[in-house]
Design a protein around this ligand. Structure first.
Ligand code: NAD
Length: 467
């Protein structure tokens, strides 16, 4: 592994931990189980590499473009490995790799702008932008490659070096990705560390780290912010969501049902900005439930490597248990499963795609982030009631409004308390847009030029104006 040397530590072979294929529930490979005390050396090397890397923006652009080509060329191996450890259908793995490559290319070509400021005094100020130093990137298991790239591409383009920690549930595709990137990047500019223990906590609090950029759950995000407070490193947190889709009374259910279904069930519902609650006008509620249930009953569920599969397994056993607990609680609270509602027999972490109706609004499937293939459909009587309910959780990542009159839909979308609101679709993101959650969904801004500046600090030079 050229990006780090985790396989051999101080002359001894490092311990390894098991990586499980969620389609079988069986171990299929292992990854190095690095320990927190190894991070001093890793961060030290990242710091030394930073002095060279930050000095030459043109070389960075070239290296990142070459790196993107290297990843694209190895797409087949990477896609199969990603599917094996994450569970997603192969086509979704290819799409994730394409988005990874796109992020590298987008940020390779993005540079900060030097600006002059004049304020009437005989002095002018110039704002230049400086990199920060080693950046810690900590990512979850649902989109291991694309979320890693969303962090390291802007950080590297800005002139920082990066220590990347994937989830212990999905370390292998990230290791392969980083070995491909290492063919184009100088040594120690991007280092991947893997471990089953408290590696992330130590990385977030390490005194040599100048920015901690984290994607994951809100509770872990809080722990990361507390850990980073030790060294007062900058913190960017992209956290969970509980996005609502509000259907208006002029919606054409047949026309939107496929899009709405996949907005909730893509990646087996394990998407931070999946549709996690649907609010339908009472008059259309039964029709919406039926349209979604019919799709949930017929979608092909199976191992991601099977080309027929449309929906893979849940990624891991604890998450499967959580999804089952939330669904069972809803049923105990009085909900009815119009489709699914249970685990699937056989090996692997499969849960039947589930549409729930008659769900009490206080049930955890409405108030918490289920992060799995379970979707509640709730009726509403007035639009104010629907908007209040959509805004009524502690989350604020995304939301969407579905209807025929686009102006009216946009007026409703404008009332959603979240970072991004869509009309007639959900979770379509542009590389050039800012990505920021409100409330417990995040701190700081990623994406587009904002993502680049989030990895830079302003440096201001004042000088007298020429006479
Ligand atoms: P998680 O919070 O359990 O773990 C995320 C990462 O943090 C992993 O690499 C994990 O090993 C590491 N970690 C765990 N404890 C840590 C600690 N104390 N200090 C530092 N790092 C630590 O999240 P998960 O279960 O892997 O992912 C699912 C969550 O991620 C969901 O809530 C989902 O909504 C969220 N998510 C958010 C976005 C977004 O952009 N807003 C995108 C994808 C996923």
């Amino acid at each position: 592994m050229p990006t780090s040397e985790p396989d051999r530590v101080a002359g001894r072979r490092a311990a390894r931990f098991a990586v499980i294929d969620p389609a079988t529930g069986e171990t299929f490979d292992e990854a190095p189980d690095q320990q927190p005390d190894e991070l001093d050396a890793v961060v030290g090397r990242a710091h030394r590499a930073w002095h060279r890397w930050r000095a030459d923006p043109a070389a960075r652009t070239t290296a990142l473009r070459v790196a993107a080509d290297a990843v694209e060329t190895a797409g087949d191996d990477l896609a199969r490995l990603l599917t094996r450890e994450q569970g997603k259908p192969l086509a979704e793995s290819y799409a994730e790799i394409a988005r990874t490559v796109a992020r590298l290319r987008y940020f390779a070509d993005l540079a900060p702008r030097t600006r002059r400021i004049t304020d009437g005094r005989p002095v002018h100020s110039e704002i230049r932008w400086r990199s920060l130093g080693p950046v810690a990137a900590i990512v979850p298991w649902n989109f291991p490659l694309q979320l890693a790239a969303a962090k390291f591409a802007p950080a590297l383009a800005a002139g920082n070096t990066v220590v990347l920690k994937p989830s212990p549930l999905t370390p292998l595709a990230t290791r392969l990705l980083c070995s491909l990137l290492a063919t184009a990047l100088p040594e120690d500019v991007l280092t991947v560390v893997t471990g089953s223990g408290p590696l992330g906590a130590r990385l977030a609090s390490h005194p040599g780290i100048r920015h901690v950029t984290f994607t994951g759950s809100a509770p872990t995000g809080r722990a990361v912010a507390e850990a980073a407070a030790a060294s007062l490193a900058r913190v960017t947190l992209e956290l969970g969501g509980n996005d609502a889709a509000v259907l208006l009374d002029d919606v054409e259910v047949d026309r939107i049902a496929d899009r709405l279904f996949w907005a909730a069930f893509r990646n087996c519902g394990q998407v931070c900005m999946a549709v996690k609650r649907v609010y339908a006008p009472a008059r259309l509620h039964a029709e919406v439930v039926e349209a979604l249930a019919q799709r949930a009953k017929t979608v092909v569920v199976g191992a991601g490597l099977d080309p027929e599969t449309q929906l893979g397994p849940v990624n891991n056993a604890p998450q499967l248990t959580r999804v089952e607990r939330i669904a069972k609680q809803a049923l105990a609270d009085g909900a009815r499963a119009a489709a699914g509602g249970h685990r699937l027999d056989g090996p692997g972490y499969f849960f039947a795609p589930t549409i729930l109706t008659d769900v009490p609004p206080g049930s955890p499937v409405v108030t918490e982030e289920q992060f799995g293939p379970v979707l509640p459909v709730l009726p509403y009587r007035s639009l104010d009631e629907a908007v209040d309910a959509a805004n009524g959780t502690g989350f604020g990542l995304g939301g969407s409004v579905w209807g025929t009159d686009l102006d009216r839909a946009e007026a409703v979308a404008d009332r959603l308390e979240c970072g991004t609101a869509w009309i007639n679709h959900h979770a379509e993101l542009s590389l050039a847009q800012p990505f920021a959650g409100v409330k417990t969904s995040g701190v700081g801004v990623a994406g587009g030029p904002w993502g680049l500046y989030g990895n830079l600090r302003p440096f201001v030079v004042h000088r007298p104006q020429e006479p």
